[in-house]
Design a protein around this ligand. Sequence first.
Ligand code: HEC
Length: 152
Amino acid sequence: MKCNTAVYSLFLTLALVSPCTAQSVEVKYTTDIKQIIDAKCIGCHGADSPEHREFKVNKKNYEEKSKGPKMDSYTNLIYFIGWPDSGAVMRRLDDGKNTKEGKPGNMYQYLGSTDEERQKNLASFKQWVGNWNLKRWADVTKEEMNGIKVKY
Ligand code: HEC
């Protein structure tokens, strides 16, 4: 290939553009996930919902009121991804592709009102989490944990 000015500038453009596009597709809590949670989950997992420990003690009581544990902040949400409730978000939101029985998790339905919307929001969650692993703390490996991104 003859390296004229056009070829040089093409390579220069690619070199400059690619890191920027990689950054702009990165899914973050503040720019992507919080919006989904606020629209789809906060009614049952908001500030008036119990801490997870409290929820576990009085589970029946909260379930009757359709209240799940509090997931109203970044810190409260990642409790259900990394530790101690490892993989809970992944197990509940999976569409059935990674579950043992092939059934969607019981919170998948809330991701959207159409299959298209549910799939779109699931894709955002998957990208945000990084390593979409459904394992619990007892089974998950250090390497699998290291694959969790959850950018703020
Ligand atoms: C209509 C109310 C409602 C909505 C909307 C809802 N949830 Fe839930 N969620 C619950 C209740 C009640 C429980 C506890 C009962 C159970 O485990 O299924 C729960 C449990 C969970 C759990 C398991 C917590 C644990 O103890 O391990 C996760 C994770 C979860 N929800 C995530 C979500 C996400 C993410 C959304 C939004 C896409 C969402 N939920 C939307 C009511 C809701």
